[in-house]
Design a protein around this ligand. Structure first.
Ligand SMILES: [Zn+2]
Length: 202
């Protein structure tokens, strides 16, 4: 494992796999977003498997509803975020992870500190309060736990960097407005799980 696993942010902008539309409530996009963003918060990288409680995650608007009500139900304006980042972000716009590779904006040190690499990184950190003491301590805790697991409990290490036990089968969902990217559903994590063990993601 790397020194700061699992807090290595993506080095490429996220390319959306799914294109559902037509839901009347943004929470109906939840399972699409869970699969889209690998069951973790795009902002702080917290994973569902660390809690196994979906209720602590939220459907988040990149551009807040009050600034762009017409994008409230637009899939391209939605990401998956934990409740901590959801409440910290509030009504502030965040850099789009599909435009900006977050790994080129910020970097996490082994002690849990997060540093901006440029102005967009400063904006990301500020918008979601990623550098407050509580979040920094939380990151340090998980870096330490996973470092220890990697050394002494490889099975637990794999489990903590893997996927939830029950994954949504996106091929069973029927968005009212259709799905512009059907291949994404066919290759969702649930479908891949049926073909063999899923990879761990550091
Ligand atoms: Zn978060």
């Amino acid at each position: 494992m790397s020194g700061t696993a699992p807090f290595g942010y993506p080095l490429k902008p996220h390319a959306r796999k799914h294109g559902p539309s037509g839901y009347k409530n943004w929470d109906n996009y939840r399972d699409w977003l869970r699969d889209e963003f690998d069951f973790r918060c795009v902002f702080c990288l917290r994973r569902e498997v660390w809690d196994e409680r979906r209720a602590v995650f939220a459907v988040e608007h990149l551009i807040p509803r009050k600034h762009a009500p017409d994008l409230a139900l637009d899939y391209t304006n939605l990401v998956y975020a934990c409740s901590s980042c959801n409440s910290a972000k509030s009504a502030n716009p965040a850099p789009d992870p599909c435009v900006h590779a977050y790994g080129k904006l910020v970097v996490v040190d082994p002690d849990g500190e997060i540093r901006p690499l440029n102005a967009d990184g400063k904006r990301l950190i500020r918008t979601v309060c990623l550098d407050d003491e509580e979040t920094t301590r939380w990151r340090a805790l998980w870096i330490g736990v996973l470092h220890s697991y990697a050394k002494h409990y490889p099975d637990r290490y794999r489990a903590m960097l893997s996927f939830p036990l029950i994954l949504p089968d996106l091929t069973k969902l029927a968005p009212p407005g259709g799905n512009a990217k059907p291949d994404g559903a066919i290759n969702c994590w649930h479908a891949q799980q049926s073909k063999g063990p899923l990879p761990v993601t550091e």
